[in-house]
Design a protein around this ligand. Structure first.
Ligand code: ADP
Ligand code: ADP
Ligand code: ZN
Length: 219
């Protein structure tokens, strides 16, 4: 199953990708996570991306296309993958069509998570994750079962993203409207796009996505 999750920053793409990954045993391809790893490593890509990410702008298309093209060729993607955060521009969407076509692959479903934008700043400002396993949490909406201990791995160290501050969030939302929302019609035409209500509780959003994927299997 090859899936793409679409939605503005804070919509719940990463949260739902983690649930889908566990359910279908396919990898989450998060370009944001890949870039943060590159920044931490100090690679050439990371050095270039750092200030762009802190400003809430987009890393150039050619670099992102190369990054995902290489990732999709790896063996663990043969049975499927969940794209989270790519494509973010029309050029990236067109390049994705080409790279999948070249590998005789295609997207089975594009899940658009729709949200009321007034709540997104609160979601993003309260977001944090486990340093050891990457599991995502929120100060009020998704707390670990035992305070200070990761549900997934028992880790006790957590971190917040540098770009998860009020000012950068507003810039990222603006970038989303200018450059990413215009790709939605690209997927609307052929019936692959399905919408879910991203304002529901995390588990309800997950259930709605599963139901849509199950239905589509009968198509
Ligand atoms: P994205 O990957 O789309 O930027 P995340 O999945 O990281 O978004 O979610 C942003 C924050 O909001 C996280 O802290 C997450 O725990 C929380 N969150 C995700 N989905 C919901 C939801 N349906 N209701 C409330 N909070 C949510
Ligand atoms: P969120 O899900 O909260 O929007 P991501 O983790 O997906 O954030 O992305 C963080 C930042 O990484 C973006 O603001 C952008 O600077 C950069 N980035 C991630 N994916 C892409 C992409 N496909 N094209 C260009 N820049 C990207
Ligand atoms: Zn953990």
């Amino acid at each position: 199953m090859n899936l793409l999750l679409l939605g503005p920053p804070g919509a719940g793409k990463g949260t739902q990708a983690q649930r889908l990954m566990a359910r279908f045993d396919i990898p989450q391809l998060s370009t944001g996570d890949m870039l943060r790893a590159a920044v931490a490593e100090g690679s050439a890509l990371g050095q270039l991306a750092k200030s762009i990410m802190e400003a809430g702008d987009l890393v150039p298309d050619d670099l992102m296309i190369d990054l995902i093209s290489e990732r999709i060729s790896q063996a663990d993607c043969a049975n499927g993958f969940i794209l989270d955060g790519f494509p973010r521009t029309t050029a990236q969407a067109e390049a994705l069509d080409t790279m999948l076509g070249d590998r005789t692959m295609s997207l089975d479903k594009v899940v658009s998570i729709s949200v009321d934008e007034d709540g997104l700043v609160e979601r993003i400002i309260g977001r944090y994750s486990c340093v050891d396993c990457g599991a995502g949490y929120h100060d009020t909406f998704q707390q670990p079962k035992s305070e200070g201990i990761c549900d997934q791995c028992g880790g006790k160290k957590f971190s917040r993203r540098k770009d998860d501050n009020r000012e950068t969030v507003l810039s990222r939302l603006n970038t989303y409207h200018q450059q990413t929302a215009p790709i939605i019609p690209h997927y609307e035409a052929d019936g692959r796009l399905v919408q879910v209500d991203g304002m529901a509780e995390i588990s309800a959003v997950g259930d709605a996505i599963m139901a849509l994927l199950e239905n589509s299997r009968d198509d």
